[in-house]
Design a protein around this ligand. Structure first.
Ligand code: C2E
Ligand code: MG
Ligand code: MG
Ligand code: MG
Length: 286
């Protein structure tokens, strides 16, 4: 459009930018009130092993804002990061997950791990480490039942601080997963030096399994690499039976994706467990 509009392009471009900034500002300023007004929820998406057992859940935040309606974490987490508000979200998620954990363990057994996503600023804050430890105590949570997901870019951006944080968290007994693996600019050398337990292969590779030769090769190579490094390997965004069969054949440890379940509120996981099959269909939850 800008080419056709010539000089006029600025007049049509600017208002769009302003609209975008307005929305960002609206989102940024709605985060703290939203936390106070109970607008956020945590949904849980299962991670399934080759025997079909749920071995873990990933906690994924949901927000229905009073004026904006549903706002995706893919949109508001980066805004929360940029405006220093993400720490409040993270602390809220930690408490919520620790509070829900015993109910999930009751359903799936003592080996269950529930994962919490941490952002780049979180893993620079040593105080967050103290916060996590205090809340393990307060909620009677065993760190062994918890995992923290960080992306390789947030790890490498602030390597010294992030590494200190994650070494400490790992020492306490929590697991660390490297999220969206394969999408950053990783040098593989650091994989042997950082305290990670799990690699999560990004959905972009899973989407192209058996469609794109190189994505297929990258996926199988990451699985083998993880095995050799003694890491658990989890594939994200599994949507089809074909993908599931392919990945389990290649001995991927855990799969996660809409094929098994969308992220689901705890109460629906509990209903499903009780067998109220007609009141809830786990696959239809947003
Ligand atoms: P992520 O951690 O990589 O989470 C995976 C995303 O993929 C989630 O989106 C999940 O709902 C979605 N997903 C899972 N399986 C499938 C599938 O089969 N197909 C498709 N199309 N999507 C699938 P969601 O919940 O919208 O979260 C987006 C991102 O926002 C997350 O990416 C994570 O980076 C961030 N996020 C979500 N919750 C939190 C949180 O509590 N704290 C922080 N710091 N970040 C969060
Ligand atoms: Mg994640
Ligand atoms: Mg991910
Ligand atoms: Mg992802």
């Amino acid at each position: 459009r800008s080419k056709e509009a010539g000089k006029g392009c600025h007049t049509s471009f600017l208002p769009e930018m302003m609209e975008d900034n307005k929305r960002k500002l609206a989102i940024a300023s709605a985060i703290l009130p939203g936390l106070q007004n109970d607008e956020f929820q945590v949904y849980y998406q299962p991670k399934v092993n080759v025997n079909g057992e749920v071995v873990g859940y990933e906690a994924l935040i949901r927000w229905i804002e009073s004026k904006l309606g549903f706002v995706s974490p893919a949109e508001f987490i980066p805004i929360a990061e940029a405006t220093g508000r993400v720490v409040f979200i993270t602390e809220w998620v930690i408490k919520k997950v620790f509070d829900d954990l015993s109910s999930l363990i009751e359903i799936h057994g003592p080996h269950l791990k529930v994962s919490i996503n941490l952002s780049a600023t979180d893993i620079k804050r040593i105080e967050l480490l103290n916060y996590i430890e205090r809340n393990y105590q307060m909620y009677g949570v065993d760190p062994k039942n918890t995992e923290f997901e960080v992306t390789e870019s947030s790890y490498l951006e602030n390597f010294e601080e992030a590494d200190k944080f994650l070494q400490e968290l790992s020492k306490i007994g929590a697991s660390i997963a490297l999220d969206d693996f394969g999408t950053g600019y990783s040098s593989l050398g650091y994989l042997t030096k950082i305290p990670i337990d799990t690699l999560k292969i990004d959905k972009q590779f899973i989407d192209e399994l058996e469609v794109d030769e190189r994505s297929t090769l990258i996926t199988t190579t990451i699985i083998q690499l993880a095995k050799q490094l003694n890491l658990t390997i989890c594939a994200e965004g599994v949507e089809t039976e074909k993908q599931k069969d392919y990945l389990f054949n290649k001995e991927c440890d855990q799969l996660q994706g809409y094929y098994f379940s969308k992220p689901t509120p705890l109460k629906d996981i509990q209903k499903l467990r009780r067998g109220d099959a007609d009141t809830v269909n786990i696959k239809q939850k947003a």
